[in-house]
Design a protein around this ligand. Structure first.
Ligand code: MF3
Ligand code: CO
Ligand code: CO
Length: 261
């Protein structure tokens, strides 16, 4: 049995995480009106960067993180995660994840969502995005003290398998706080017989961020050493929230106004 006691946050840390989470969520709301056919992902990066720094008075955590060159991740179509903003312009029918992590007062808030670009997004793409979001919500609903962390990954992978989708195993959710990715605190989005049990405790903060693929779960990293794409070049979708374990269940620290979970 693994223990996560050392990652439990005190009330001061939790209050700061709450603010960081709300600020990260506000970036996803702010950027919505700019996500349009013809806009480059670099432009979206610049708008988010300036908002995070100038309006929110936060630090964009991805910038220079282990050498990542931009302030946000933009992952389009077959890109699973860690897409680097560039000159590429959005096309009608693209699906794109924008992943935002801000640092407020030393604490991180990490959240991402899918955007449907233009009016020609196929029913197949729409369904993938919806099922990926539903899988995140099912994972979140597993969270409460005393529950095994494994229940999250099991709920996610059992659900998406019903649609013949796969859940990526190469990347995980993570403990989060003063650290962007807390070491040795991984949240798997799949089930495996050999995963050790880890019991959730009140005061833990971590992300759940399933990456769901139409085809194989296998990924390949491009020569830029960041961009992860599906091995078969089929579509992938991801949604992410930062979660706090409460006495009775969970609080979604990055929940957006009007978002029903
Ligand atoms: N925000 C991503 C996550 O959910 C991590 C991005 S790391 C970066 O964990 F360097 F690519 F920004
Ligand atoms: Co994350
Ligand atoms: Co993220």
């Amino acid at each position: 049995m693994k223990h996560l006691k050392k990652y439990v946050k005190d009330q001061t840390a939790i209050n700061k995480m709450r603010i960081a989470g709300q600020k990260a969520a506000s970036v996803l709301e702010m950027i919505d009106e700019y996500v349009k056919v013809g806009v480059s992902t670099d432009t979206l990066n610049t708008i988010c960067h300036e908002y995070i720094v100038d309006e929110l008075k936060c630090i964009p955590a991805p910038l220079n993180y282990k050498g990542f060159p931009k302030s946000i991740c933009t992952s389009i179509n077959q890109v699973v995660c860690h897409g680097i903003p560039c000159e590429r312009k959005l096309k009608n029918g693209d699906i794109m994840n924008i992943d935002i992590t801000v640092i407020h007062d030393g604490y991180h808030g990490d959240t991402s969502k899918m955007f449907l670009v233009g009016d020609k997004v196929s029913i197949i793409s729409q369904r993938l995005c919806r099922v990926a979001q539903e899988s995140l919500y099912l994972g979140i609903k597993m969270v409460k003290p005393g529950r095994d962390l494994k229940a999250i990954g099991r709920a996610i992978s059992d659900y998406v398998r019903k649609f013949n989708y796969s859940s990526v195993e190469a990347f995980c959710g993570h403990g989060i706080g003063r650290e962007f990715h807390e070491e040795n605190f991984q949240v798997l989005h799949y089930d495996h017989p050999n995963i050790p049990s880890t019991i959730l405790e009140e005061g833990l903060t971590f992300t759940i961020e399933p990456m769901i693929n139409v085809g194989t779960e296998k990924v390949r990293i491009l020569p830029d050493q960041w961009t992860a794409v599906t091995k078969d070049h089929k579509l992938s979708a991801q949604w992410e929230h930062t979660i706090l374990v409460t006495k009775t269940g969970y609080e979604v620290l990055t929940q957006r106004p009007g978002e029903e979970i």
